[in-house]
Unconditional design. Structure first.
Lengths: 159, 125
């Protein structure tokens, strides 16, 4: 009845844990999001979100050590586009994350701390998982827009 | 392999930084060095021209965050001009228009510095 439901495509990229590869990661994700016919604004959102996720892996999970690897997968489903980022560094604890106050950060002359906030604002769904030594973040946008922002399950499709 | 660069221009007492390319965690240090250079040369009236800036991530935004207080304490400001809409949207996501003077054109930014010099201080939150 709905043959498209099984039409999932997955594309993968592995890069060293260095910021010099961020541009390559952005281009990889943008290329597939555009090929999946997401609008330009969504393609741009995926570029930023995957950049923020990989930057966090490089700086926090791997603490700047450039000898590790980051695995990126793009998963294209009929109703959604997901970017999965995996590392084997220190796990991120999303429950400890606080929404940044830019005025406080400016007073403290702090240069960072808002990558997670940007990801959550740009994506419909951001999910963290840790299994054994592998940490994973999944960045998802649905074709129909905004209905599953940050944790709520997608609304059932009207029949 | 960097596709980001900063050009320096002086317009009267104002230091204009022309950003070109993609500003991310890899290239943010180049913007940081440029702002530091301006400050070392006592140029605290800074206009960041973003007409040719194609991309920014939070690492790039963080550079502005790290310097704005110091620049304002020294009597200057960092004004941001000419951003493409896709780049402005990232500034807007974090509420930067509340903290920074973001205008459409470089000329407007320079004019605002003239107004500041005539006794209207920059707003500091």
């Amino acid at each position: 009845m709905i043959p498209d439901a099984v039409a999932r495509s997955t594309y993968t990229l592995q890069v060293p844990s260095s910021t010099r590869h961020l541009e390559q990661v952005r281009q990889f994700v943008a290329r597939h999001a555009a090929a999946a016919q997401f609008p330009e604004e969504a393609v741009e959102a995926f570029k930023i979100a995957v950049d923020e996720a990989c930057t966090n892996v490089i700086k926090h999970a791997y603490k700047g050590n450039e000898t590790h690897l980051i695995d990126i997968a793009v998963i294209v489903d009929p109703d959604r586009f997901t970017v999965r980022i995996r590392d084997q560094g220190e796990a991120f604890r999303p429950e400890e994350y606080q929404t940044p106050d830019i005025f406080k950060l400016a007073r403290k002359r702090r240069a960072g701390g808002f990558g997670v906030h940007i990801m959550r604002r740009l994506m419909d769904h951001v999910e963290y998982r840790t299994r054994g030594r592998i940490n994973e973040v999944r960045l998802t946008k649905y074709r129909t827009g905004d209905r599953a922002r940050n944790g709520a399950p997608p609304a059932p499709s009207p029949s | 392999m960097s596709n980001f660069s900063v050009g320096f221009r002086s317009v009267g007492p104002v230091q204009v930084l022309d950003l070109r390319g993609e500003l991310d965690a890899h290239t943010a240090s180049e913007l940081e060095a440029a702002i530091q250079k301006a400050l070392e040369e006592q140029n605290t009236r800074i206009v960041v021209c973003g007409e040719n800036l194609q991309y920014i991530s939070s690492a790039g935004l963080g550079v502005f965050m790290a310097y704005i207080e110091e620049v304002r304490e020294r009597g200057g400001d960092i004004k941001i001009a000419g951003l493409q809409s896709k780049v402005y949207n990232v500034f807007d996501l974090l509420g930067f228009p509340m903290l920074f003077d973001i205008v459409e054109t470089e000329e407007q930014a320079i004019e605002k510095f003239r107004e500041d010099a005539n006794g209207v201080p920059p707003t500091t939150a």
